[in-house]
Design a protein around this ligand. Sequence first.
Ligand SMILES: [Fe+2]
Length: 250
Amino acid sequence: MQTATLSVAAPYLIEQDYAAYTAEQHAVWAELVSRAWPELERHAAREYLEGFSIIGLEPDRLPRLAAISARLKPRTGWNATPVSGFLPAPAFFEMLAARRFPTTIWLRSRDSLEYTPEPDIFHDVFGHVPMHAHAVFADFLAHYGRVCASIQDAWVLERLGRLFWYTVEFGLIRQEGEIKVYGSGLISSHGECKNVIEGGCAVHDFTLDEVVNTPVKVDEFQRLLFAVSSFDQIYDAMHAAEKRAAQGRL
Ligand SMILES: [Fe+2]
């Protein structure tokens, strides 16, 4: 376990005991992937699909985090680091700044395939980690952590939390004239993804102003999401947000 660069997050780091996963758990992972895949092949961002194969995810077997990190590291310096569960904000930001994605290792059971109140390894690895292979997204996410780690103001953090929500969790991108999904909350939820694809959700062009002014909804399907035209846009938005926060006008 590497703890050298982490301080507030250190107590949350654990090991992934891969041998402890049961055949039933591998089967649940396989079912989750096979349910999601036909939609994602058509509707996920190109960069997500590329990331999926770059990190070597297997459709029929739970991922080994050390193997994923070994593939990610030379590309973007990111690492999928096992943690014990939900992290307090300072620990979460510290890990993002260090390019170590806090990754849960438990898996939902067969009777809650669609929804878990807290992230599990399907949400974290299948949903999030493929995007960490993309250089611009990877830099954006580390910068996000760095900036948030330096901010104390709860109101500013809430507005930056909306930027995270509408990109990392529920982000959309326009590619080849279509809306594609890249946010983990969409990738890892069949229902949320379907809601967007079937037009149940308004889609505005991404602007930093509208995003930081749009409160998040956690207990219902998303009704308004934002589409970027390229990942450079979120990278630039994070730099603009940093500047505005420093000037007290985010
Ligand atoms: Fe997430």
